[in-house]
Design a protein around this ligand. Structure first.
Ligand SMILES: NC(=O)c1ccc[n+]([C@@H]2O[C@H](COP(=O)([O-])OP(=O)(O)OC[C@H]3O[C@@H](n4cnc5c(N)ncnc54)[C@H](OP(=O)(O)O)[C@@H]3O)[C@@H](O)[C@H]2O)c1
Length: 336
């Protein structure tokens, strides 16, 4: 089978090459998937191999067809069209065939094609786990959440784009951050009630909206530069979820302590990486996302596409994503 492997931590020409590998065979809970489309995420460029490391088959988001099943698989059979975000500890989706644990996979939305389905899994899992597992918001009680305010930092990114929609469905008033007219327009289109600019003074923009504080903050981008602003904006006894690393020392006490604010982390790969007892939750979340898409309650966040899946296009995808200016998701589909 064809696979695209990165040989070094760069997106210059020839940093990724096409190689020929054996098709792996499934055992246990694994299914073998014929990959039809992938989507890129910042994690792809964050885990390219460094100096002295072996070449890596990267790629997490994928949509494809089941062509083989391990002996413990009960959820799928050959021919099922599926989507998933995979496991950071295993070879990725930049290959014609991939093994993936069936418990983190679901059937893809029937109303979408492979590419627009592949746009969803990693960011939808991150957004769902952030809001409903970490912030402990109830997705099924919109009446309880009416009048509550959620601030999403990084609204137009892959994660923010699906989180805006999930938070609206859960009943929240959503303030999303965006710094350009086109990213602000995208956030509004997805349902954000208000937009503020993350490169400007956020607490004062919040006050201008007549809201001194917010109940929850989902920070899906830079933490360092907005740390103090988050302390100012979070309501007493509010909660904050973080999904990115940070470069500076962060004062965990100060305002956050005075306000009894809760700060928690979300890492979408935790369940697969540690094979947690509730690993199957990712199957349930993706199933629920597919149902919401098919009912027209959520829309795909695919917004840019390339074809076919080749070293050249994956490198181009890494370049576009590394710019930090993506709006929604970039997908790559089909094989030559
Ligand atoms: N922990 C996890 O499980 C997990 C999962 C997924 C992603 N992540 C991480 O989360 C981050 C975002 O992922 P993503 O897929 O949403 O990225 P993305 O799609 O590449 O995000 C692009 C968006 O970021 C916005 N942005 C740029 N600088 C910003 C800033 N200083 N503050 C707020 N927003 C800013 C831009 O909006 P404007 O043009 O409006 O500025 C742009 O639309 C990445 O670091 C990624 O690795 C973590």
């Amino acid at each position: 089978m064809k696979a695209i492997q990165f040989t070094r931590n760069s997106c210059d020409a020839n940093s990724a090459i096409e190689v020929e590998l054996e098709v792996p065979s499934p055992g246990g809970y694994d299914i073998l998937v014929k990959v039809e489309a992938i989507a890129l995420n910042p994690v792809d460029f964050k885990v390219r191999p460094g100096e002295g490391e072996d070449p890596k088959t990267l790629g997490y988001d994928a949509a494809g067809t089941v062509v083989g099943t391990g002996e413990d698989v009960t959820l799928f059979e050959e021919g099922d069209e599926v989507y998933y975000a995979g496991d950071i500890t295993r070879p990725g989706s930049n290959a014609e065939y991939q093994l993936v644990d069936s418990r983190i996979v679901a059937k893809r939305p029937a109303s979408l094609d492979a590419a627009t389905s592949a746009a969803l899994p990693l960011t939808a899992l991150t957004a769902w786990e952030s809001l409903f597992d970490r912030l402990e918001i109830d997705p099924d009680s919109p009446d309880e959440n009416t009048g509550k305010i959620l601030l999403i930092i990084g609204g137009a990114g892959g994660v923010g784009s699906i989180a805006i929609q999930l938070a609206k469905l859960a009943g929240f008033t959503v303030i999303a951050t965006a710094s350009r007219p086109e990213s602000a327009a995208w956030c509004r289109k997805l349902g954000a009630n208000h937009i503020i600019n993350h490169h400007e003074d956020m607490p004062s923009q919040l006050r201008d909206l007549g809201m001194a504080t917010v109940n929850h903050i989902a920070n899906f981008n830079d933490i360092d530069r907005v740390w103090e602003a988050m302390g100012e904006m979070i309501a007493p006894q509010g909660s904050i979820v973080l999904i990115t690393g940070h470069n500076s020392h962060l004062d965990m006490a100060g305002t956050f302590k005075r306000k009894s604010a809760r700060i928690c982390w979300e890492f979408m790969f935790t369940r697969s990486m540690f094979r947690t007892e509730d690993i199957i939750e990712q199957h349930h979340i993706l199933k629920r996302i597919a149902e919401l898409i098919d009912k027209g309650k959520l829309t795909t966040t695919a917004n840019d596409s390339l074809s076919p899946i080749s070293a050249e296009n994956i490198l181009e995808g890494h370049r576009r994503l590394e710019s930090g200016k993506s709006i929604g998701k970039l997908t790559i589909s089909g094989w030559e």
